[in-house]
Design a protein around this ligand. Structure first.
Ligand SMILES: Cc1ncc(COP(=O)(O)O)c(C=O)c1O
Length: 434
């Protein structure tokens, strides 16, 4: 008799294409907080959070109550057809929260990629210029334009060209593997100054509408620039009247211990994108921008059928309450401190951990075969994810070389669950090297 997992796997293989990949061989029956239970009744500790979506935890009671209440009242009108309070309430709250002492406005979309598409449309419309500068190791989504901005070829871009034109990619502040062969702080953050060279040899500043960056590159390997980096980049953008877009799809909504990760660098971008954890698992993304930019677009120029769905917006309001009023941000900061200490501990024990980086609980370990040569340990990272899954821990890798182990666990994870997960991770490393 096949078990339920085998039955579902057969059904999946027959009816669903292989391209939407699966990291773990599991079908989930239910999930709460930082725990998932699969169809066989097996408990899994979740260090992945549905790729950074479950910051407030799976099925947070306040999110579930908001969804149920809204579903009872009204599921969809389309904001363009008939408006509703949750959309404008959530927009007002995000405008007040976003960094920058200037008027802001927010509109909603469905996914991270859609938010990025809109951000670029807003920049191009205002600046009347075609080009966008993005970064090596950056990830912005899978639609044609966002894939053009994305840096990793396999699996994301491979075979899907031609891509959008007028996209220029430059090195990021990847200090562990400095693209300029320099060392921080002696480098004086030369990677930021390099932007001025780009205007000489790649694209003119006069043709550049926007520079788009993630505060911490997520899929690219949790690459975390030094403190001076973004203010330098922003100054150059301002000098040439280029819109500065910060993509907080993965880093936002408390992931790094601050609501917006860019607050760690103390700058206010012109346009911000949010998605993933914004609505506690419901599809919702936001584009928050300077009023003078976003409100210049003509009526009907932006939007979409499902954009800012009432159920998702109500879930988003519940997420803000949990994050800000119930103290989850402070809890995230404490979680980050604990994780950092434990990861450093692991690094002392295991040679394979070349670098530990990130902010708050958005932390990663880059695995290398040799600390001198820094040869990426991709196969080892894949193996570690498998070993950990067998122990009951769901873990994700990332990075252009696929050799970075990242943690995106729900911020509500209990101390006991965290310790259990970290013990499995340590045992996993032990098995990996023996
Ligand atoms: C920084 C960043 N931008 C955009 C996206 C695309 O978001 P979505 O998958 O919701 O389209 C992602 C997804 O991982 C992301 O990490």
């Amino acid at each position: 008799m096949p078990n339920r997992y085998e039955e579902l796997t057969k059904l999946r293989k027959k009816n669903v294409p292989q391209a939407p990949y699966n990291i773990t061989p599991a079908f989930i029956r239910e999930a709460r907080g930082a725990l998932m239970i699969d169809v066989e009744g097996r408990e899994l500790i979740d260090f992945a959070g549905g790729i950074g979506v479950n910051n407030v935890g799976h099925c947070h009671p306040k999110v579930v109550a908001a969804i149920k209440d809204q579903a009872d009242k009204c599921i969809h009108t389309c904001f363009h057809v008939a408006m509703y309070d949750a959309y404008v309430d959530l927009a007002a709250r995000l405008n007040a929260l976003a960094p920058g002492d200037f008027p802001k406005m927010t509109m909603f979309a469905n996914s991270g990629a859609e938010a990025v598409e809109n951000a670029v449309k807003i920049a191009r419309y205002n600046k009347k210029r075609p080009a966008v500068i993005c970064f090596e190791n950056g990830y912005h989504g899978r639609t044609l334009y966002t894939l053009s901005l994305t840096s990793k070829i396999k699996p994301y871009k491979f075979g899907f060209g031609p891509f959008a034109s007028e996209v220029y990619r430059i090195p990021f502040a990847y200090c562990y593997r400095c693209p300029f062969g320099l060392q921080y702080p002696g480098c004086s953050v030369a990677c930021a100054d390099y932007l001025e060279d780009v205007f000489v040899s790649h694209v003119s500043a006069e043709a550049t509408a926007a520079i788009i960056a993630e505060p911490i590159q997520g899929e690219g390997g949790f690459i975390t620039p030094p403190p001076e980096y973004f203010s330098k980049v922003q100054k150059i953008a301002q000098k040439y009247d280029i819109a500065f877009i910060i993509d907080e799809v993965q880093t936002g909504v408390g992931r790094t211990g601050k609501f917006f990760a860019i607050e760690h660098w103390d700058i206010a971008p012109d346009i911000l994108t949010l998605a993933k954890s914004l609505a506690g698992g419901m599809p919702l993304s936001a584009i928050i921008a300077r009023e003078e930019l976003i409100n210049k677009i003509h009526v009907g120029g932006l939007g979409g059928t499902f954009s800012g769905n009432p159920v998702s917006c109500r879930a988003g309001l519940a997420v803000l309450e949990i994050m800000l009023e119930d103290g989850l941000l402070q809890r995230a900061q404490r979680l980050g401190e604990k994780l950092f200490a434990q990861f450093k501990n692991l690094q002392e024990k295991f040679e394979i951990i070349g670098d530990v980086r990130g902010k708050g609980p958005m932390l990663a370990m880059e695995l290398v075969r040799d600390r001198e040569t820094k040869t990426p340990a991709k196969e080892e990272a894949d193996k570690l994810v498998k070993i950990c899954f067998e122990k009951g821990l769901v873990l994700l890798s990332c990075g252009n070389f696929g050799n970075v182990i990242r943690t995106l666990m729900p911020l509500v994870i209990t101390d006991e669950q965290l310790q259990r997960g970290l013990s499995m991770l340590e045992e996993g490393f032990q098995e990996l090297i023996t």
